[in-house]
Design a protein around this ligand. Structure first.
Ligand code: IMP
Length: 199
């Protein structure tokens, strides 16, 4: 059976690993960094704009079917910040640790610690674009917990769990995360697509 080949429009190895762990066998993934070392532009004001911009860039420059995800952490008490600016919350070139520190400072003494991760995926397949979304509700912890994962994982505890994302294995995070939910929506679509093209 013919496979669907997709470039994953990301520089982030953690993201690639999380997504690759969920993919069915009919889909072959290639990370963007195997194609180019050029930075993918990401200048939108919404997660959807960024996801679309990243996938469009890879499609145009490499004529490849591809997808991009854009993710933001939306904190209730901060009116949805850092949101689309999650990567550079503590300023341009901020490290994960800088962003987590800034978030914990902003949340010092705040009672309402509700937050959610949201992921939007833009997929280009055979000349058409498709969008998928996934989210997970949770709370911001008082201090970082755990060593695994990346980004804000050490300070985010998903609803109904007693550990942060950074205290979970790739498989555990992959059962409940925002990215897993968006990726599963895309996988359901791709599975149907594969079935229909091989009828
Ligand atoms: P991006 O623009 O989608 O690459 O993500 C923006 C920022 O959100 C990243 O730099 C991370 O700090 C954060 N982020 C994205 N996905 C996750 C995740 O799964 N866990 C924790 N933080 C994440």
């Amino acid at each position: 059976m013919e496979k669907i080949k997709l470039v994953v429009a990301t520089h982030n190895r953690h993201k690639f690993e999380e997504i690759a762990a969920l993919m069915p066998s009919g889909v072959e993934l290639q990370p963007y960094w195997e194609l180019s070392g050029e930075e993918i532009p990401e200048t939108g004001d919404t997660l959807t704009e960024n996801a679309r911009q990243k996938s469009a860039y890879v499609r145009q420059h490499f004529s490849a079917d591809c997808f991009a995800d854009d993710t933001g952490l939306e904190v209730e008490a901060l009116d949805g910040a850092p949101g689309v600016y999650s990567a550079r919350y503590a300023g341009p070139g901020a490290t994960y640790r800088d962003n987590v520190d800034k978030l914990l400072q902003a949340m010092a003494g705040v009672q309402d610690r509700r937050a959610r991760f949201v992921t939007v995926i833009s997929l280009w397949l055979h000349g058409r674009e498709y969008l998928f979304e996934g989210s997970v509700e949770g709370t911001i912890l008082e201090s970082p917990q755990g060593e695994d994962g990346f980004g804000y994982d050490p300070v985010f505890r998903p609803q109904g769990c007693d550990r942060s994302f950074a205290q979970m294995t790739l498989e555990e995070k992959g059962r409940i995360s925002h990215r897993a939910r968006a990726t599963e929506a895309m996988i359901a679509f791709l599975s149907e697509y594969l079935k229909n093209t091989h009828r």
